[in-house]
Design a protein around this ligand. Structure first.
Ligand code: NAD
Length: 349
Protein backbone atom coordinates (compact mmCIF):
# COMPACT_ATOMS: atom_id res chain seq x y z
CA UNK A 1 0.00 0.00 0.00
CA UNK A 2 1.45 3.34 -1.06
CA UNK A 3 0.22 6.56 0.54
CA UNK A 4 1.22 9.71 -1.30
CA UNK A 5 0.40 13.20 -0.10
CA UNK A 6 -0.97 15.44 -2.83
CA UNK A 7 -1.41 19.18 -2.98
CA UNK A 8 -4.91 20.45 -2.19
CA UNK A 9 -5.23 24.11 -1.20
CA UNK A 10 -7.67 24.78 1.64
CA UNK A 11 -7.16 21.32 3.14
CA UNK A 12 -4.78 20.27 5.90
CA UNK A 13 -3.79 17.16 4.02
CA UNK A 14 -4.90 14.93 1.16
CA UNK A 15 -3.46 11.51 0.39
CA UNK A 16 -3.78 9.18 -2.57
CA UNK A 17 -3.90 5.51 -1.58
CA UNK A 18 -2.83 2.84 -4.01
CA UNK A 19 -2.50 -0.87 -3.41
CA UNK A 20 -1.80 -2.86 -6.54
CA UNK A 21 -2.29 -6.24 -4.85
CA UNK A 22 -5.90 -5.60 -3.79
CA UNK A 23 -6.73 -3.06 -6.53
CA UNK A 24 -7.39 -0.31 -3.99
CA UNK A 25 -7.35 3.21 -5.42
CA UNK A 26 -8.68 5.92 -3.16
CA UNK A 27 -8.15 9.17 -1.33
CA UNK A 28 -8.27 10.44 2.22
CA UNK A 29 -8.93 14.16 2.65
CA UNK A 30 -8.50 15.98 5.93
CA UNK A 31 -10.05 19.42 5.73
CA UNK A 32 -9.55 20.53 9.32
CA UNK A 33 -8.47 19.15 12.70
CA UNK A 34 -9.09 22.45 14.47
CA UNK A 35 -11.87 21.07 16.69
CA UNK A 36 -10.45 17.55 17.05
CA UNK A 37 -9.44 14.53 14.96
CA UNK A 38 -10.98 14.66 11.48
CA UNK A 39 -13.99 12.34 11.30
CA UNK A 40 -16.06 11.34 8.29
CA UNK A 41 -17.04 8.15 6.51
CA UNK A 42 -15.53 6.32 3.59
CA UNK A 43 -17.55 6.18 0.39
CA UNK A 44 -17.10 3.60 -2.35
CA UNK A 45 -18.38 4.51 -5.81
CA UNK A 46 -17.43 3.74 -9.39
CA UNK A 47 -16.15 7.29 -10.02
CA UNK A 48 -15.38 8.08 -13.67
CA UNK A 49 -11.90 9.35 -12.83
CA UNK A 50 -9.49 10.07 -9.98
CA UNK A 51 -10.24 13.78 -10.49
CA UNK A 52 -13.96 13.15 -9.89
CA UNK A 53 -13.15 11.17 -6.76
CA UNK A 54 -10.81 13.91 -5.54
CA UNK A 55 -13.45 16.59 -6.09
CA UNK A 56 -15.95 14.52 -4.09
CA UNK A 57 -13.45 13.88 -1.26
CA UNK A 58 -12.57 17.58 -1.01
CA UNK A 59 -16.18 18.75 -0.90
CA UNK A 60 -17.26 16.01 1.49
CA UNK A 61 -14.38 16.57 3.93
CA UNK A 62 -15.08 20.31 4.00
CA UNK A 63 -18.75 19.48 4.60
CA UNK A 64 -17.71 17.32 7.57
CA UNK A 65 -15.95 20.30 9.18
CA UNK A 66 -19.24 22.22 8.93
CA UNK A 67 -21.33 19.25 10.06
CA UNK A 68 -19.22 18.35 13.10
CA UNK A 69 -19.01 21.97 14.24
CA UNK A 70 -22.79 22.49 13.76
CA UNK A 71 -23.47 19.36 15.82
CA UNK A 72 -21.27 20.67 18.64
CA UNK A 73 -18.78 17.80 18.36
CA UNK A 74 -15.08 18.05 19.25
CA UNK A 75 -14.21 16.62 15.83
CA UNK A 76 -12.73 18.04 12.65
CA UNK A 77 -13.65 17.33 9.04
CA UNK A 78 -12.34 14.49 6.93
CA UNK A 79 -13.58 11.98 4.39
CA UNK A 80 -12.28 9.09 2.32
CA UNK A 81 -13.34 7.78 -1.07
CA UNK A 82 -12.57 4.48 -2.77
CA UNK A 83 -12.92 4.18 -6.53
CA UNK A 84 -14.82 1.04 -7.46
CA UNK A 85 -18.14 -0.73 -7.56
CA UNK A 86 -18.94 -1.86 -4.01
CA UNK A 87 -20.97 -4.82 -5.28
CA UNK A 88 -18.07 -6.13 -7.38
CA UNK A 89 -14.72 -4.70 -6.29
CA UNK A 90 -14.96 -4.71 -2.50
CA UNK A 91 -12.77 -7.46 -1.03
CA UNK A 92 -11.32 -8.10 2.45
CA UNK A 93 -7.85 -7.35 1.01
CA UNK A 94 -8.98 -3.97 -0.34
CA UNK A 95 -10.63 -3.00 2.97
CA UNK A 96 -7.56 -4.07 4.96
CA UNK A 97 -5.29 -2.03 2.67
CA UNK A 98 -7.57 0.96 3.28
CA UNK A 99 -7.33 0.27 7.04
CA UNK A 100 -3.52 0.37 6.81
CA UNK A 101 -3.74 3.78 5.11
CA UNK A 102 -5.97 5.10 7.93
CA UNK A 103 -3.53 3.68 10.51
CA UNK A 104 -0.64 5.54 8.86
CA UNK A 105 -2.37 8.87 9.60
CA UNK A 106 -1.86 8.16 13.27
CA UNK A 107 -5.21 9.23 14.74
CA UNK A 108 -5.62 12.37 12.59
CA UNK A 109 -8.49 10.74 10.62
CA UNK A 110 -11.30 8.47 11.87
CA UNK A 111 -13.36 6.58 9.34
CA UNK A 112 -16.90 5.11 9.38
CA UNK A 113 -19.65 4.05 6.92
CA UNK A 114 -20.76 6.14 4.00
CA UNK A 115 -22.37 5.13 0.69
CA UNK A 116 -21.37 1.65 -0.42
CA UNK A 117 -20.09 0.64 3.03
CA UNK A 118 -21.54 -1.53 5.79
CA UNK A 119 -20.75 -2.24 9.47
CA UNK A 120 -19.10 -5.55 8.48
CA UNK A 121 -16.78 -3.60 6.15
CA UNK A 122 -15.84 -1.45 9.14
CA UNK A 123 -14.94 -4.61 11.07
CA UNK A 124 -12.59 -5.61 8.25
CA UNK A 125 -10.97 -2.14 8.26
CA UNK A 126 -10.67 -2.36 12.07
CA UNK A 127 -8.34 -5.34 11.70
CA UNK A 128 -5.70 -2.78 10.64
CA UNK A 129 -6.56 0.40 12.55
CA UNK A 130 -8.19 1.54 15.80
CA UNK A 131 -9.46 4.69 14.05
CA UNK A 132 -12.72 3.24 12.78
CA UNK A 133 -16.26 3.69 14.08
CA UNK A 134 -19.66 2.35 13.08
CA UNK A 135 -18.72 -1.12 14.34
CA UNK A 136 -21.30 -3.61 15.54
CA UNK A 137 -19.24 -5.12 18.31
CA UNK A 138 -17.16 -3.70 21.13
CA UNK A 139 -17.83 -1.72 24.30
CA UNK A 140 -18.52 1.56 22.50
CA UNK A 141 -19.72 0.12 19.19
CA UNK A 142 -22.26 2.45 17.57
CA UNK A 143 -23.39 0.27 14.65
CA UNK A 144 -25.14 1.56 11.55
CA UNK A 145 -25.56 5.36 11.88
CA UNK A 146 -28.40 5.55 9.33
CA UNK A 147 -31.39 5.26 11.71
CA UNK A 148 -30.08 8.20 13.79
CA UNK A 149 -29.32 10.15 10.61
CA UNK A 150 -32.91 9.54 9.50
CA UNK A 151 -34.24 10.63 12.90
CA UNK A 152 -32.33 13.93 12.56
CA UNK A 153 -33.69 14.47 9.05
CA UNK A 154 -37.20 13.73 10.25
CA UNK A 155 -36.71 16.46 12.90
CA UNK A 156 -35.47 18.82 10.17
CA UNK A 157 -38.55 18.05 8.05
CA UNK A 158 -40.75 18.90 11.01
CA UNK A 159 -38.77 22.13 11.53
CA UNK A 160 -39.24 23.31 7.92
CA UNK A 161 -42.91 22.29 8.10
CA UNK A 162 -43.33 24.39 11.24
CA UNK A 163 -41.63 27.43 9.70
CA UNK A 164 -42.94 27.18 6.14
CA UNK A 165 -46.31 25.42 6.46
CA UNK A 166 -47.32 26.71 9.90
CA UNK A 167 -47.46 23.30 11.63
CA UNK A 168 -45.15 20.36 12.12
CA UNK A 169 -48.03 17.89 11.93
CA UNK A 170 -47.08 15.83 8.90
CA UNK A 171 -50.28 13.81 8.58
CA UNK A 172 -51.72 14.33 5.13
CA UNK A 173 -48.62 16.26 3.98
CA UNK A 174 -46.87 15.04 0.85
CA UNK A 175 -43.13 14.39 1.04
CA UNK A 176 -41.11 13.42 -2.02
CA UNK A 177 -38.04 11.30 -1.26
CA UNK A 178 -35.14 10.71 -3.65
CA UNK A 179 -33.17 7.61 -2.66
CA UNK A 180 -34.43 4.68 -0.61
CA UNK A 181 -31.14 3.44 0.80
CA UNK A 182 -30.17 3.19 4.45
CA UNK A 183 -31.15 6.77 5.23
CA UNK A 184 -34.07 7.28 2.83
CA UNK A 185 -35.77 4.05 3.82
CA UNK A 186 -35.55 4.75 7.57
CA UNK A 187 -36.86 8.25 6.92
CA UNK A 188 -39.84 6.86 4.98
CA UNK A 189 -40.65 4.62 7.96
CA UNK A 190 -40.85 7.69 10.27
CA UNK A 191 -42.83 9.73 7.73
CA UNK A 192 -45.27 6.90 7.06
CA UNK A 193 -45.83 6.42 10.80
CA UNK A 194 -46.77 10.10 11.01
CA UNK A 195 -49.31 9.77 8.22
CA UNK A 196 -47.35 11.60 5.50
CA UNK A 197 -48.06 10.74 1.85
CA UNK A 198 -44.92 9.60 0.07
CA UNK A 199 -43.71 10.01 -3.50
CA UNK A 200 -40.43 8.17 -4.05
CA UNK A 201 -37.72 7.52 -6.60
CA UNK A 202 -34.69 5.24 -6.64
CA UNK A 203 -32.54 3.84 -9.43
CA UNK A 204 -33.18 0.41 -7.89
CA UNK A 205 -36.71 -0.68 -8.92
CA UNK A 206 -36.83 -3.34 -6.16
CA UNK A 207 -36.63 -0.57 -3.55
CA UNK A 208 -39.38 1.54 -5.08
CA UNK A 209 -41.61 -1.55 -5.45
CA UNK A 210 -41.11 -2.28 -1.75
CA UNK A 211 -41.95 1.34 -0.84
CA UNK A 212 -45.11 1.11 -2.94
CA UNK A 213 -46.12 -2.04 -1.10
CA UNK A 214 -45.12 -0.99 2.45
CA UNK A 215 -45.89 2.74 2.47
CA UNK A 216 -48.45 3.00 -0.32
CA UNK A 217 -45.91 5.35 -1.91
CA UNK A 218 -46.34 6.77 -5.41
CA UNK A 219 -43.31 5.90 -7.51
CA UNK A 220 -41.74 8.20 -10.06
CA UNK A 221 -38.83 7.36 -12.30
CA UNK A 222 -35.47 9.16 -12.43
CA UNK A 223 -35.39 12.93 -12.71
CA UNK A 224 -39.20 13.17 -12.53
CA UNK A 225 -38.78 13.47 -8.74
CA UNK A 226 -37.85 17.14 -9.33
CA UNK A 227 -41.23 17.83 -10.98
CA UNK A 228 -43.37 16.29 -8.24
CA UNK A 229 -45.85 18.58 -6.54
CA UNK A 230 -45.30 18.05 -2.80
CA UNK A 231 -45.02 19.98 0.45
CA UNK A 232 -41.44 18.93 1.16
CA UNK A 233 -38.69 17.35 -0.92
CA UNK A 234 -36.18 15.10 0.89
CA UNK A 235 -33.04 14.36 -1.19
CA UNK A 236 -31.50 11.19 0.25
CA UNK A 237 -29.34 9.88 -2.60
CA UNK A 238 -26.45 11.81 -4.11
CA UNK A 239 -25.05 15.33 -3.81
CA UNK A 240 -24.98 18.28 -6.22
CA UNK A 241 -28.59 17.76 -7.30
CA UNK A 242 -29.95 21.24 -6.56
CA UNK A 243 -28.76 23.29 -9.52
CA UNK A 244 -30.38 26.21 -11.35
CA UNK A 245 -32.43 24.02 -13.73
CA UNK A 246 -33.78 21.69 -11.09
CA UNK A 247 -34.51 24.44 -8.61
CA UNK A 248 -36.67 26.05 -11.32
CA UNK A 249 -38.55 22.79 -11.74
CA UNK A 250 -39.23 22.15 -8.03
CA UNK A 251 -42.90 22.39 -7.02
CA UNK A 252 -42.38 22.14 -3.26
CA UNK A 253 -42.39 24.60 -0.37
CA UNK A 254 -39.34 23.25 1.44
CA UNK A 255 -36.34 20.96 1.02
CA UNK A 256 -34.93 18.90 3.92
CA UNK A 257 -33.02 15.70 3.31
CA UNK A 258 -30.03 13.57 4.12
CA UNK A 259 -27.76 13.72 1.06
CA UNK A 260 -24.46 15.50 1.58
CA UNK A 261 -23.70 18.64 -0.47
CA UNK A 262 -27.16 18.97 -1.99
CA UNK A 263 -26.49 22.43 -3.43
CA UNK A 264 -24.55 22.32 -6.70
CA UNK A 265 -23.07 25.74 -5.85
CA UNK A 266 -23.41 28.16 -2.92
CA UNK A 267 -25.48 30.42 -5.22
CA UNK A 268 -28.14 27.69 -5.32
CA UNK A 269 -28.90 28.43 -1.66
CA UNK A 270 -29.89 31.97 -2.72
CA UNK A 271 -31.85 30.54 -5.69
CA UNK A 272 -33.99 28.38 -3.41
CA UNK A 273 -34.54 31.35 -1.11
CA UNK A 274 -35.61 33.59 -4.01
CA UNK A 275 -38.12 30.94 -5.09
CA UNK A 276 -39.59 30.86 -1.57
CA UNK A 277 -38.42 27.28 -0.99
CA UNK A 278 -37.23 26.88 2.60
CA UNK A 279 -34.00 24.90 2.65
CA UNK A 280 -32.79 23.00 5.72
CA UNK A 281 -28.98 23.14 5.38
CA UNK A 282 -27.86 19.58 4.69
CA UNK A 283 -24.88 19.63 7.03
CA UNK A 284 -27.24 20.43 9.92
CA UNK A 285 -30.15 18.20 8.85
CA UNK A 286 -28.01 15.08 8.44
CA UNK A 287 -25.79 15.49 11.52
CA UNK A 288 -27.49 12.62 13.39
CA UNK A 289 -25.21 10.00 11.83
CA UNK A 290 -21.96 11.61 12.95
CA UNK A 291 -23.45 12.22 16.40
CA UNK A 292 -24.02 8.47 16.61
CA UNK A 293 -20.53 7.72 15.28
CA UNK A 294 -18.99 10.22 17.72
CA UNK A 295 -20.10 8.11 20.70
CA UNK A 296 -17.64 5.47 19.51
CA UNK A 297 -14.77 7.84 18.73
CA UNK A 298 -15.19 9.73 22.01
CA UNK A 299 -15.86 6.53 24.02
CA UNK A 300 -19.18 7.77 25.43
CA UNK A 301 -20.69 5.40 28.01
CA UNK A 302 -24.25 6.74 28.42
CA UNK A 303 -24.78 6.50 24.66
CA UNK A 304 -28.52 6.84 24.30
CA UNK A 305 -28.92 9.89 26.52
CA UNK A 306 -25.89 11.55 24.93
CA UNK A 307 -27.27 11.00 21.41
CA UNK A 308 -30.75 12.22 22.43
CA UNK A 309 -29.26 15.39 23.98
CA UNK A 310 -27.11 16.12 20.91
CA UNK A 311 -30.07 15.53 18.56
CA UNK A 312 -32.19 17.91 20.62
CA UNK A 313 -29.40 20.52 20.45
CA UNK A 314 -29.16 20.01 16.67
CA UNK A 315 -32.91 20.52 16.41
CA UNK A 316 -32.59 23.77 18.39
CA UNK A 317 -29.74 24.89 16.08
CA UNK A 318 -31.92 24.23 13.02
CA UNK A 319 -34.75 26.23 14.57
CA UNK A 320 -32.36 29.11 15.31
CA UNK A 321 -31.06 29.03 11.71
CA UNK A 322 -34.54 29.06 10.19
CA UNK A 323 -35.69 31.90 12.48
CA UNK A 324 -32.59 34.00 11.72
CA UNK A 325 -32.96 33.35 7.97
CA UNK A 326 -36.56 34.53 8.08
CA UNK A 327 -35.74 37.60 10.18
CA UNK A 328 -32.91 38.63 7.83
CA UNK A 329 -34.64 37.45 4.65
CA UNK A 330 -31.62 35.38 3.62
CA UNK A 331 -30.92 31.77 2.76
CA UNK A 332 -30.68 29.38 5.77
CA UNK A 333 -27.60 27.83 4.17
CA UNK A 334 -25.69 31.07 4.58
CA UNK A 335 -26.90 31.58 8.15
CA UNK A 336 -25.72 28.05 8.98
CA UNK A 337 -22.30 28.70 7.42
CA UNK A 338 -21.97 31.88 9.47
CA UNK A 339 -22.85 30.02 12.68
CA UNK A 340 -20.13 27.45 12.00
CA UNK A 341 -17.62 30.21 11.15
CA UNK A 342 -18.40 31.70 14.60
CA UNK A 343 -17.83 28.35 16.32
CA UNK A 344 -14.45 27.96 14.60
CA UNK A 345 -13.45 31.56 15.33
CA UNK A 346 -14.37 31.27 19.01
CA UNK A 347 -12.39 28.03 19.24
CA UNK A 348 -9.36 29.70 17.65
CA UNK A 349 -9.54 32.72 20.00
P1 NAD B 1 -27.17 4.21 0.39
O1 NAD B 1 -26.09 3.84 -0.54
O2 NAD B 1 -27.62 3.22 1.40
O3 NAD B 1 -28.48 4.67 -0.40
C1 NAD B 1 -28.49 5.52 -1.49
C2 NAD B 1 -29.73 5.19 -2.30
O4 NAD B 1 -29.86 6.17 -3.33
C3 NAD B 1 -29.69 3.83 -2.96
O5 NAD B 1 -30.92 3.17 -2.75
C4 NAD B 1 -29.46 4.15 -4.43
O6 NAD B 1 -30.02 3.18 -5.30
C5 NAD B 1 -30.18 5.48 -4.55
N1 NAD B 1 -29.75 6.34 -5.63
C6 NAD B 1 -28.50 6.57 -6.10
N2 NAD B 1 -28.55 7.46 -7.12
C7 NAD B 1 -29.85 7.81 -7.27
C8 NAD B 1 -30.54 8.69 -8.14
N3 NAD B 1 -29.90 9.40 -9.06
N4 NAD B 1 -31.89 8.80 -8.00
C9 NAD B 1 -32.55 8.09 -7.07
N5 NAD B 1 -31.95 7.23 -6.22
C10 NAD B 1 -30.62 7.10 -6.32
O7 NAD B 1 -26.69 5.57 1.09
P2 NAD B 1 -27.23 6.20 2.44
O8 NAD B 1 -26.36 5.76 3.56
O9 NAD B 1 -28.70 6.04 2.52
O10 NAD B 1 -26.88 7.74 2.20
C11 NAD B 1 -27.70 8.55 1.38
C12 NAD B 1 -27.14 9.98 1.38
O11 NAD B 1 -27.10 10.47 2.72
C13 NAD B 1 -25.69 10.09 0.86
O12 NAD B 1 -25.55 11.33 0.21
C14 NAD B 1 -24.87 10.08 2.14
O13 NAD B 1 -23.60 10.70 1.98
C15 NAD B 1 -25.78 10.87 3.06
N6 NAD B 1 -25.55 10.62 4.47
C16 NAD B 1 -25.66 9.37 4.97
C17 NAD B 1 -25.50 9.17 6.34
C18 NAD B 1 -25.68 7.80 6.95
O14 NAD B 1 -25.80 7.72 8.18
N7 NAD B 1 -25.74 6.73 6.16
C19 NAD B 1 -25.19 10.23 7.18
C20 NAD B 1 -25.11 11.52 6.63
C21 NAD B 1 -25.29 11.70 5.28
Amino acid sequence: MVLTQIDAPGHEGVWRIEDTKSGLLGLIAIHSTQLGPAAGGVRMRPYDSVDDALEDALRLSQGMTLKNAAAGLPLGGGKAVIIGDPTRDKTPGLLQAFGRAVARLDGRYWTAEDMGMTPSDMAEIASETRCVAGLEQGRHASGDPSPVTARGIFNAIRAVARHRLGSDDLSGRTVSVQGLGNVGWNLCVFLHEQGARLVVSDIDPARTARAEAEFDARVVVGDAIFDVEADIFAPCAIGGILDADRIDRLRVKAVAGGANNQLATAEDGHRLHRRGILYAPDFVANGGGIINVATEILRIDARETWVADKLAALDATMDRILRAAKARDVSPHHVAEAIVADVLQQDAA
